[in-house]
Write a protein that binds this ligand. Structure first.
Ligand code: PMP
Length: 442
């Protein structure tokens, strides 16, 4: 049984070796020649995609796949309303944000209305990484300190500063000196009182940062703990840790790149599930249904503090085209009732997956909420030991069954389920039937 720790980009990665269809082989060759060492592809047989709609992706060989992995096209692949809004804006005008135009304000006001009072300023960026990079700067300016506490398998993005707070990206060398990592809030690490166990771990990490001279700038967490393996219960478990962070003079930064925009099924934002009030909220991926738009929401005083010392301008943040994408995505999310829908279909799917435990070998615990679920793949003999190799085989077998899915967790043994929010109950059944068919084949 393999129980090897895995880097996030190594999960379900194409490693070569298998015979490939000729069109795929040709594209892989061209890609490797130009992208070099940074090329990362999924699957033993990479997919050559030609089109997509709702929760489905079509490939050049005429196959159709159920996409359970993709939280970027959050309201559905190629949603006609988003496509129309972006196309119309691009045909009209597009520019950077040092001019006035209407749609960015319609969007900013509508989006900020979904936040608690006090979080009333937004800086538009293009990626989650930029949003988190800015959040780190806000926390440093506010606290005068440089130390951060994150979770052990967290991923927060790709800038130099953000890579430092993303333990799941480290290949060698371990953590940056100003960063402390604590186990994500699960029972295995923190016992039955997850909230208190997590708060104690955060408190010890803050003490260590203070003792080492870095001081404490902030606690940064993905509020669904996606790359840690998906942890959502019991609701409220973040409360004591956030209090510890604030009492210690740091900011609480909620990274909503994964859970945000309704995915958890109980409201717009993952942090709300835990009844906590962030100082900074970062967002990205699902925000423009595939168009690159992201943002950092914060209090006016924190933003002013940073902007007193440094200007902030982002050429492609807040363009009219980005605003069109964001506004149309938010309208669809709200007007098609997709948050409530994610809650309903997510519960149905979670229940179906929970019922597989015990009847199918290797199926472990299911966690999560709404349409963000994690399913552990474990050693069939003891029903417990994480089985990263088993998860990897299952991911490839699911692909053969026409289902796309990813992995998470320190050993890559948790199936990460986060489809577009328009997933139907019949799609959930399709996934469960595929798992049963694969399980029966052994
Ligand atoms: N935060 C989290 C929790 C993420 O999962 C990601 C991307 N996977 C990021 C930040 C970075 O977002 P981006 O890739 O848009 O820079």
């Amino acid at each position: 049984m393999t129980q090897q720790q895995k880097r996030i980009l190594a999960l379900n990665a194409f490693e070569g070796g298998a015979a490939l269809d000729s069109d795929v082989a040709d594209l892989v060759r061209r890609r490797q020649a130009t992208f070099g060492a940074s090329s990362v592809l999924f699957y033993r047989q990479p997919l050559h995609i030609v089109k997509a709609e709702t929760c489905y992706i079509h490939t050049a060989d005429g196959r159709r796949y159920l996409d359970l992995y993709n939280n970027v096209p959050s309201v559905g692949h190629c949603h006609p309303r988003v496509v129309a809004a972006v196309s119309a804006q691009l045909a009209e005008f597009n520019t950077h944000s040092r001019y006035l135009y209407d749609n960015i304000h319609d969007y900013a006001e509508r989006l900020l209305a979904t936040f608690p009072a006090g979080l009333s300023n937004i800086v538009f960026t293009c990626t989650g990484s930029e949003s988190n990079d800015l959040a780190l700067r806000l926390a440093r300016m506010a606290s005068g300190a440089s130390g951060f506490v994150v979770t052990r398998t967290a991923y927060h993005g790709n800038t130099a500063a953000v890579t430092d707070v993303s333990p799941s990206s480290a290949i060698a060398g371990g953590l940056a000196p100003h960063v402390r990592a604590v186990a994500a809030p699960g029972r295995a690490a923190h016992g039955d009182n997850i909230a208190m166990g997590f708060a104690q771990a955060v408190s010890a990490a803050i003490k260590d940062l203070n003792d080492s001279g870095y001081g404490f700038a902030g606690l940064l967490v993905d509020s669904i703990f996606s790359s840690d393996g998906v942890f959502s219960d019991p609701a409220g478990f973040l409360g004591p840790a956030v209090q510890v962070a604030k009492d210690a003079g740091g900011l609480f930064i909620a990274d909503e790149v994964q859970p945000g925009f309704g995915r958890t099924g109980g409201g717009m934002w993952g942090f709300a599930r835990h009844g906590v009030m962030p100082d900074v909220v970062t967002m990205g991926k699902p925000m423009g249904n595939g168009y690159p738009i992201a943002g950092t929401v914060t209090r006016p005083d924190l933003l002013a503090r940073l902007c007193d010392s440094y200007g902030y301008f982002n050429t492609f943040g807040a363009t009219p085209a980005a605003a069109a994408a964001g506004l149309a995505t938010l309208q669809v999310l709200q007007e098609e009732g997709l948050i409530e829908h994610a809650g309903r279909v997510g519960s149905y799917l979670k229940q179906g997956l929970a019922e597989l435990r015990g009847s199918l070998p290797g199926i472990g615990e299911v966690r999560g909420t709404g349409l963000y679920l994690g399913l552990d793949i474990v050693d069939p003999d003891d029903g417990e030991t994480p089985d990263g190799a088993g998860a990897s085989s299952l991911i490839n077998a699911l692909k053969e069954e026409g289902v796309l899915i990813g992995a998470a967790g320190p050993y890559g043994h948790t199936l990460k389920i986060r489809p577009p929010l328009c997933l139907q109950a019949s799609d959930a059944d399709r996934f469960i039937d595929a798992l049963i068919r694969i399980g029966k084949k052994g």
